[in-house]
Design a protein around this ligand. Structure first.
Ligand code: NAD
Ligand code: ZN
Ligand code: ZN
Length: 345
């Protein structure tokens, strides 16, 4: 039997710590499932949500979290593709309209009426969360819950972002920002046959990058960082993935994008960066945004992990530690991903 109330970390006011509270267990509506959360990753997007960083803000009170893995505990009316006990994931894309121009062309991540987990609908920093049966991630029954959690956002986002650079096997991918997203990006890129140069502002992140297979690392704080990347890659990286939570990192990354190369923007620090028109035109650069991934991208990203090609570096903490973890992300001193242990399958 599902209990009536559950423990959740709730955001009441932007910039304030989350409060651990007892709240009602949500009831799945038509087409939805109730998911018993086993664990959840903590993404830097949760910091942006809690701090109200972005132009479109969530509506407090809300429960953040969009890297939730668990099992289906109850079915809403009409759900036929899932059964109680199935292992599923709560990802950023909670649902989309299904019939707009973007939804019908396999770009549901661009749907203008989408709902997002832990942002416009309650997310996974709780013992239970609602998922849409047509949008939750399908996971193998024997899934390693903690290792799978970071794949739900950091994994799919970087897998998609790398593909959006159009870099081909054997070519160079530069990754700026080796945090939760970046450390998985190194592994996806390597599995996809790309050569990786990793860029970050912290020596411990660069050490992790080398351990995970980066061929070269560059300290972004060095005055000659751009020249170093150009040197290592023989004229610039064919693809550049920017996950760094810092606008200057975007300007810097444009500088080490190879002629005809593509820079894929994934990090979402509030702010802007200057785009030198002359360089973009004469080098025929492409600057492209990339937002999470579709359900198909997610299934592919999960498959890489299930095949053992992606092994997240995780630190396991309790739900009660969530404010500490969010502060660690703000301060830039979290290695890989923190996964909060919440319940049993
Ligand atoms: P994180 O805090 O784990 O990692 C950020 C990394 O950036 C850290 O390693 C930090 O040292 C590094 N960094 C900071 N300044 C830098 C600089 N000037 N140059 C190079 N590296 C620098 O965060 P995360 O969870 O990996 O998320 C990263 C960003 O991606 C966040 O803004 C998040 O909101 C965004 N995000 C976007 C999507 C999307 O779909 N586009 C999805 C998930 C997360
Ligand atoms: Zn995320
Ligand atoms: Zn739509």
């Amino acid at each position: 039997m599902t209990p009536r109330t559950m423990k959740a970390a709730v955001a009441h006011r932007f910039g304030e710590p989350l409060r651990i509270e007892e709240v009602p267990v949500p009831v799945p509506s038509r087409g939805e499932v109730l998911v018993k959360i086993v664990c959840t990753g903590v993404c830097h997007t949760d910091v942006h949500a809690v701090d109200g960083d972005w132009p479109a803000k969530p509506n407090p009170p809300f429960i953040p979290g969009h890297e939730g893995v668990g099992v289906v505990a109850a079915l809403g009316e009409g759900v036929e593709n899932l059964k109680v006990g199935d292992a599923v994931g709560i990802a950023w894309l909670h649902d989309a309209c299904g019939h707009c121009e973007y939804c019908i062309t396999g770009w549901e991540t661009l749907c203008e009426t989408q709902h997002d987990s832990g942002y416009s609908v309650d997310g996974s920093f709780a013992e239970y969360a609602i998922g849409n049966a047509a949008y939750v991630a399908r996971l193998p029954q024997d899934v390693d819950f903690a290792a799978m959690a970071p794949i739900l956002c950091a994994g799919v986002t970087t897998y998609k972002g790398i593909r959006e650079t159009e870099a081909r096997p054997g070519e160079w991918l530069a990754i700026s920002g080796i945090g939760g997203l970046g450390h998985l990006a190194i592994q996806y890129a390597t599995a996809m046959g790309l050569q990786v140069v990793a860029v970050d502002v912290a020596e411990d992140k660069l050490a992790l990058a080398r351990k995970l297979g980066a061929s070269a690392t560059v300290d972004a704080r060095q005055p000659k960082a751009v020249e170093e990347v150009l040197d290592v890659t023989g004229g610039g990286a064919h693809g550049v993935l920017v996950t760094a939570v810092s606008p200057p990192a975007f300007s810097q990354a444009l500088g080490f994008t190879r002629r005809r190369g593509t820079m894929s923007l994934v990090g979402l620090p509030p702010g802007d960066f200057a785009t030198p028109i002359f360089d973009v035109v004469l080098k025929r650069l492409t600057i492209r945004g990339s937002i999470v991934g579709t359900r198909k991208d997610l299934a592919e990203a999960v498959a890489f992990a299930t095949e053992g090609k992606i092994v997240p570096t995780i630190e396991r903490r309790k739900l009660e530690d969530v404010n500490d973890v969010l502060q660690g992300l703000r301060d830039g001193n979290i290695q890989g991903r923190v996964v909060l242990d919440i319940g049993t399958p």
